[in-house]
Design a binder for this molecule. Structure first.
Ligand SMILES: [Fe+2]
Ligand SMILES: [Fe+2]
Length: 364
């Protein structure tokens, strides 16, 4: 991967921030932290969008019209007050922003690399447009972080972060889901704060509505890509993979969100409610292309998510304890996490027929 950070930021985003602890946070590779991906770009370059041409052209037209061109700029609405923030909240909020910035930037790097390596005009055009959006998103978050005296050195991150290789079809499942769950997360917080503006402790939330429409469009693009090859969502084995990614993505979000109690308290959001609501929206949307949804009302769903959370807390404590005792405790906790994942995965999914038309509009 040779992404040059300067190419990633055509719009004048400062990459000169020194390497800080925040960058170290973003560089760390754990099961839960957002990852950087690489894939077989040649195979992706062969995607033929002919079967979805009408929908494709419409979507690309929308993206090219660039409705959010002027959106990611601070204006009079920006009233950040880092000094008045409770220190515990500040720590969790910074963690939230760093992880969001890393996730946005991870998309940017992957999309930009596909555009750079490809020769297929449809694919290159799409990935160029998506990289444009993700660069804006990551840059905007980083700008907010800089006001708190920290920032992620994104140029450093492209070199220092480990890249995980995923076959193209896994990129489609994982990226489609992360775009749609990203949409659902942003819009659910935005709608909540629309009802309770007094809980909005930082102005960045005011930017979430237009922002999440970008993520929605990115998700639409991956839905269309999957639609070009029906096997991707209908074969027996691929259905198992889809269920795997749904389970892994939902479970990761649950554990990550539950590690930020102060952040959610400040927003006055019940984490269990919020996560279930985001799962519900994501499941509803993803029926556009996935032939199943996870049964998030199943009696084994929530208890196993809580069990998974406890296993991750135990793994973290074991890591901090170190030594032989820590190692042993870490193995026990990891085994419990693995068992719990199997328990979640084995909950029967709710099957659905695929709709004839894929395209959706953001309506939440
Ligand atoms: Fe984004
Ligand atoms: Fe996105």
């Amino acid at each position: 991967m040779n992404a040059n950070p300067k190419d990633l930021f055509p719009e004048d985003i400062d990459l000169s921030t020194p390497v800080t602890d925040t960058t170290a946070m973003a560089t760390e590779t754990t099961l839960l932290n957002p990852r950087f991906y690489t894939t077989d770009f040649d195979e992706m370059d062969k995607i033929d969008v002919t079967p979805v041409r009408a929908d494709w052209d419409k979507l690309i037209g929308q993206m090219k019209s660039d409705p959010n061109k002027g959106h990611f700029k601070k204006n009079a609405e920006w009233d950040a007050d880092w000094d008045g923030m409770d220190p515990k909240l500040k720590r969790e909020f910074i963690d939230f922003l760093v992880s969001s910035c890393t996730a946005e930037f991870s998309g940017c790097v992957l999309y930009k690399e596909m555009k750079r390596r490809g020769a297929n005009p449809d694919i290159c055009e799409l990935f160029g447009l998506m990289a444009r959006d993700e660069a804006r998103h990551a840059g905007f978050i980083n700008d907010a972080l800089r006001e708190a005296g920290v920032a992620v050195n994104l140029g450093f991150l492209t070199k220092a972060k480990k890249y995980t290789y995923f076959r193209p079809k896994f990129i489609y499942y994982a990226t489609y889901l992360s775009e749609k769950i990203g949409y659902a997360r942003y819009i659910t917080i935005f709608r909540h704060l629309e009802r309770h503006p007094e809980q909005r402790f930082h102005p960045i939330f005011k930017w979430f509505r237009e922002w999440c429409n970008d993520e929605f469009s990115h998700g639409e693009a991956f839905a269309l890509i999957m639609k070009t090859d029906p096997k991707l969502t209908t074969s027996f084995v691929n259905k198992l993979y889809i269920k795997f990614f749904l389970t892994a993505v939902y479970m990761t979000m649950w554990v990550r969100d539950h590690a930020r109690p102060e952040f959610h308290k400040a927003l006055n959001v019940d984490i269990d409610w919020y996560d279930q609501e985001v799962f519900r929206i994501t499941s509803e949307i993803s029926l556009q292309i996935f032939p199943m949804e996870l049964d998030i009302q199943h009696k084994r769903w929530r208890p196993n998510l809580d069990r998974m959370n406890r296993a991750f807390i135990a793994m973290d404590a074991a890591k901090r304890r170190g030594g032989i005792g820590g190692k042993l405790a870490g193995w026990v906790a990891a085994a419990s996490a693995a068992r719990t994942f199997v328990a979640l995965y084995s909950i029967p999914a709710i099957k659905h027929d695929l709709p004839a038309s894929v395209r959706l509009e953001p309506t939440y």
